[in-house]
Design a protein around this ligand. Structure first.
Ligand SMILES: N[C@@H](CCC(=O)N[C@@H](CS)C(=O)NCC(=O)O)C(=O)O
Length: 212
């Protein structure tokens, strides 16, 4: 069993973190998970010195990589597996490019709503009207376009679009931010991706601090 030389500063309940955990599993890069228990902290040290005070970050001997995309790229460089990977900049078709934009923005919108809820802002607060409408719009658009967008991608073993879409859609129901009841295409996509060992190994849950 190879030992981990990198640490993932992340949360098991976070959709951006799950993207990186799925990449690490697919790329077979071992890592030590350093859960961030206090997501509301304003101390950057809690987030691996990420000044944005967000997860995930990847601490390596060379430095710490901030954010899911940068972390996944570094995991790919550290992997000895020759996987064919599709990154956002490889999505040259309008559908693929827009799908990545919709997924990433919707994930950020999920963070806004979740953060507001943590501050006891009710869902019917006018400040959340547009974020919820944006989520509904994203779901409707993805229902009609995600499969076609994925089909425009170059042949690959793994794409950032499919991983981030899976993490976004499954997080939506985990966090009670929305439902896929009226989105059969998206349910089918999630069921398909959920079959991967990397998805099965990274279910959402809330990290529990050690009892002292
Ligand atoms: N651009 C970043 C976004 C990371 C992000 O928003 N992470 C969320 C958790 S899913 C977070 O740290 N939320 C806490 C906060 O925004 O204060 C990425 O791609 O990793």
């Amino acid at each position: 069993m190879p030992t981990a030389t990198v640490s993932l500063i992340a949360r098991s309940s976070s959709h951006f973190s799950r993207i990186t955990r799925i990449y690490a599993a697919e790329l077979e890069v071992p890592y030590a998970l350093e859960p961030v228990f206090d997501i509301a902290s304003t101390t950057s040290g809690v987030f691996g010195d990420n000044p944005l005070l967000r997860v995930p970050s990847l601490r390596t001997p060379e430095g710490t990589w901030f954010g899911s995309l940068g972390v996944c790229r570094e995991l790919a460089r550290r992997s000895s597996r020759a996987l064919r990977l599709v990154w956002p900049e490889n999505l040259l078709d309008v559908l693929g490019s827009n799908a990545q934009e919709v997924v990433t923005d919707a994930m950020n919108t999920g963070v806004i709503i979740t953060t507001s809820r943590m501050q006891k802002v009710p869902d019917d607060n006018p400040a959340l009207t547009k974020p919820f409408a944006r989520l509904r719009g994203a779901l409707g658009w993805l229902e009609g376009n995600l499969e076609a967008a994925l089909a425009t991608q170059p042949t690959a073993d793994l794409s950032f679009l499919e991983v981030s879409a899976f993490c976004f859609l499954t997080h939506l129901t985990f966090r009670g931010l929305g439902t896929l009841d009226d989105h059969p295409q998206l349910r089918a996509f999630c069921a398909r991706f959920a079959d991967r060992a990397s998805a099965r190994a990274t279910p959402y849950h809330f990290d529990q601090p050690p009892v002292t």
